[in-house]
Design a protein around this ligand. Structure first.
Ligand code: NAD
Length: 523
């Protein structure tokens, strides 16, 4: 492992020979693990699930690359996983929190130690570039560490309260809910499994994970590492298969104490409504984004163009925090667009396992279709300034590659409001920063936003008015992307998230705990 080099999304421009040599070894190791059959794990027992129900997972990099076949859990398997988690819940809650934290910190260290192989596996599964995959893996470890440190910082969330009379003592304690369901998306298959699992387990809940269909191997690996590090088999289970059946069975289980879902707004809202139909239970739903960039006449245009390019096209536009629209003040519009288009044309697209490739494939054929449809629409309603084609040179024809696209469309276009999750950004001229902020806020989503301005009053106005959970000003490393645990807490407002509290932030783990005030009067 390359020592002393901390990979975060904000260091993604940094290059390091030792890091890449280690990654190359990771690719070799990961290749040796492809093409196998995988079972899911309930109470430590590997299960085959629905007879004949195994799903094949192929790489978006190259359809000839078989990641593996994966068993599909039946409703009875999901029921058993929740039963086992429920049975073990009292013992895990009663385990001293320092012991729980010790196991989780060991898991975080194992993840960091194995980062190259885990990243390479993930890159093959979901098409991430080298440093994006390394970032996801290291973020997973840091999310777990952050939640453990929150437990330490709050001394296990137990504190003595004031007393009103002698002989009376009150303690305030935060206690786990019981069994926690976690449903993760394809685009951060490790961080958004390990993060919520880390918080749920550190807080003393037992957990059942349902990973995304594309990204399932990474989900299974995450659970295996947590078990290896000492999280009991009874405290953590994983069920695999389609969201509509396996995911739905998990969130439909009335014995869950809470659920964390990360994914699309359509599914998240459905879960948010149904989960609390009979009684209140926490349903933390982290959902999509339509993240704006604002460039004012007081911006450093070079920084603004580079940052916008990075956030629009990193992970092929498939980050919930991806920049998909930009509002640029009239007087700097042409200059900004020229720089953005020039930088976009310099992007190296290709096999993301290769060193130096920035833009890998999109996740599947339907993402390609969504992209081509958006391009057709942009060409007929407005214009495409660059990009717009599927990439089919050589081996890339076997994957889902498209060119990064910059477009202009009219105000009534769906490209201003709909999350597409493809490498495409729409641009618009505005007359003022006020107009830009109004337009930025005029969508259902409120996840991330970025401003470029050297004018203090503009910056203050933006920070006060923008309706988004994660905001950045003048950040070259990414206009709207690249949050890190303990550095930029990450959570959405409005249709982007239900919690109002952010992952990797100081108020996150409390959502997995409920308060109990204990007054005991000595007799
Ligand atoms: P998705 O909604 O299609 O799937 C997410 C997960 O939900 C998968 O595991 C899927 O199998 C499962 N699922 C699907 N239908 C279900 C159902 N009816 N019941 C229960 N589970 C079900 O999302 P995706 O395509 O995997 O991920 C991309 C989406 O995730 C984007 O909208 C993106 O913005 C969002 N996202 C948000 C954040 C955030 O922090 N806000 C982070 C990453 C991704």
């Amino acid at each position: 492992m390359a020592e002393g080099f901390r990979v975060t999304y904000a260091t993604l421009s940094t290059d390091d020979d030792a890091l890449h040599a280690d990654y190359d070894r990771g690719i070799e190791a990961a290749r040796g693990r492809l093409g196998r059959h995988h079972r899911f794990v309930v109470h430590g027992e590997e299960r085959d699930g629905e007879p004949g129900g195994a799903l094949e997972e192929r790489s978006p990099i190259d359809g000839d690359l078989l990641i593996g076949t994966f068993a599909t859990a039946s409703p009875a398997d999901v029921f058993d996983a929740v039963s086992a988690a429920q049975e073990h819940a009292p013992a895990w809650a009663a385990t001293p929190w320092r012991e729980r934290v010790a196991s989780l910190l060991r898991a975080a260290d194992l993840i960091s130690e194995r980062r190259s192989e885990l990243s390479a596996l993930m890159a093959m599964e979901v098409g991430k570039s080298r440093l994006e995959a390394l970032g996801d893996v290291e973020e997973s470890a840091d999310l777990i560490r952050y939640y453990c440190h929150q437990m330490e910082q709050h001394d296990g969330f137990e504190q003595a309260m004031e007393r009103l009379s002698a002989g009376e003592a009150t303690f305030d304690v935060m206690r786990p809910y019981g069994v926690w369901g976690v449903i993760s998306p394809f685009n951060f298959p490790m961080a958004l499994s390990a993060g919520p699992l880390g918080a749920a387990l550190a807080a003393g809940n037992t957990a059942v994970l349902k990973p995304a269909e594309q990204g399932v191997l990474t989900g299974l690996e995450t659970v295996a590492i947590l078990h290896e590090a000492g999280v009991p088999r009874g405290a953590l289970h994983v069920v695999t298969g389609p969201g509509e059946t396996v995911g739905a069975a998990l969130v439909g289980d009335t014995r869950l104490g809470g659920v964390t879902f990360t994914g699309s707004c359509a599914v998240g809202m459905q879960i948010s409504r149904s989960f609390t139909r009979d009684w209140p239970r926490p349903a933390i739903c982290e959902m999509g984004g339509k993240n704006p960039v604002i460039v004012t006449r007081n911006a450093d245009l070079d920084i603004a163009a580079e940052a916008t390019m990075r956030s629009a096209f990193g992970l092929s536009g498939q980050k919930c925090s991806a920049a998909s629209r930009a509002y640029i003040e009239h007087s700097v519009y042409d200059d900004f667009v020229e720089r953005l288009v020039a930088r976009t044309r310099e992007i190296v697209a290709g096999n993301p396992l290769d060193r130096g490739v920035y833009l890998g494939p999109v996740i599947d054929a339907s993402a390609v279709d969504r992209y081509l449809e958006a391009i057709d629409h942009a060409r007929s309603a407005g214009r495409a300034l660059c990009g717009g084609e599927r990439i089919t040179e050589g081996a890339l024809a076997r994957g889902f590659y498209v060119q990064p696209a910059v477009v202009e469309v009219p105000d009534d276009s769906y490209l201003w409001t709909t999350e597409l999750f493809v490498p495409l950004i729409a641009l618009r001229r505005v007359d003022s920063t006020e107009e830009a902020i109004d337009r930025a806020n005029d969508v259902a989503f409120g996840l991330t936003a970025g401003l470029f301005s050297r004018d203090r009053a503009e910056v203050t106005n933006f920070l006060e008015r923008i309706e988004a959970g994660v905001v950045y000003v003048n950040r070259r490393a990414g206009a709207t992307t690249g949050a890190w645990p303990g550095v930029q807490p990450f959570g959405g407002w409005k249709a982007s998230g239900t919690g109002g509290k952010a992952g990797g932030g100081p108020y996150y783990i409390q959502q997995y705990l409920r308060e109990q005030s204990r007054t005991v009067v000595e007799q």
